[in-house]
Write a protein that binds this ligand. Structure first.
Ligand SMILES: Nc1ncnc2c1ncn2[C@@H]1O[C@H](COP(=O)(O)OP(=O)(O)O)[C@@H](O)[C@H]1O
Ligand SMILES: [Mg+2]
Length: 255
């Protein structure tokens, strides 16, 4: 049986998509059969997973709407053990409400995850920013959740919110385990960024914060510009290595 791991945060721009993509790649590299699912209607996974520009863009939204069959839109990637389900046509449209309502009101997303689990997939889910109906649905159907936290001033203030929301989600879904907070975009040589990271570690119980942290690196920025995961493009980069370590740590827990 596979399992579902959601990457969530109350904020945008904190490294959710980067984390979902690189963790999925690192797990697949370890030989885990992995399915990366983009539930964010913005559809950013499509631009970061290294697909050819002219490849299929249909995905989750099209399956939920009944326009496509799942098996036709689960795409191969450059890695043999990694497949991807993009957000789909919703990401080409400015109108996301129908999609959101579909996810919130129908059991289809949970059914889709269950299908993937029964085939032994580790499903890594990229979510929209915030803790709205879509993310709550994802958490109701997940077994693991991680929270990227960007190392910036005020990081801790907003963390209380997310921890409370995660607590609500784990209360409502007893099979959901909060695996931890991943510090992201720590800037070497930036005193504020370093101080925030230390402060977060001092203030939160150690078991809530992963030991490895993701530095802000040039290789990550280059990989983003090239539309490729940094773990594949620059495996020696420190951000890439942090994701590989995260995959190593999580792998045995993703039963
Ligand atoms: N470790 C990193 N080093 C440098 N840039 C990063 C790093 N992680 C993420 N970024 C960049 O930060 C921006 C936001 O990241 P993203 O993963 O899209 O966040 P979210 O999905 O939470 O909105 C992107 O431009 C991404 O390339
Ligand atoms: Mg994103």
């Amino acid at each position: 049986m596979g399992t579902v791991l959601a990457v969530v945060s109350q904020k945008g721009g904190v490294g959710k998509t980067t984390t979902a993509i690189n963790l999925a790649c690192a797990l697949a590299r370890r030989g885990r059969k992995t399915l990366l699912v983009d539930v964010d209607p913005q559809g950013s996974v499509r631009h970061g997973i290294g697909l050819a520009e002219n490849s299929e863009t249909a995905g989750l939204a099209d399956v939920l709407a009944g326009h496509r069959e799942l098996q036709d839109v689960v795409l191969p990637t450059p890695l043999p053990w990694l497949r991807v389900l993009l957000a789909g046509s919703v990401s080409d449209s400015a109108e996301h409400e129908t999609y959101q309502a579909q996810i919130a009101e129908s059991p289809k997303l949970g059914e889709l995850f269950d299908r993937a689990r029964s085939r032994g997939y580790v499903v890594v889910v990229d979510t929209p920013p915030g803790l709205g109906a879509v993310t709550r649905r994802v958490l109701a159907a997940s077994q693991h959740v991680i929270v990227p936290l960007q190392s910036e001033p005020l990081a801790l203030q907003t963390t209380t919110q997310i921890l409370r929301a995660i607590k609500n989600a784990t209360d409502a879904n007893p099979s959901l385990v909060f695996e931890g907070i991943l510090l992201t975009m720590i800037e070497e040589g930036n005193a504020v960024s370093q101080r925030v990271a230390s402060y977060v570690r001092e203030q939160l119980p150690p078991e809530l914060v992963f030991e490895m942290a993701v530095p802000r690196t040039m290789a990550s920025i280059d990989a983003f510009a090239a539309g490729q995961p940094v773990v594949l493009r620059s495996p020696d980069d420190l951000a890439a290595q942090a994701y590989v370590k995260l995959a190593e740590l999580l792998d045995p827990k993703l039963a």
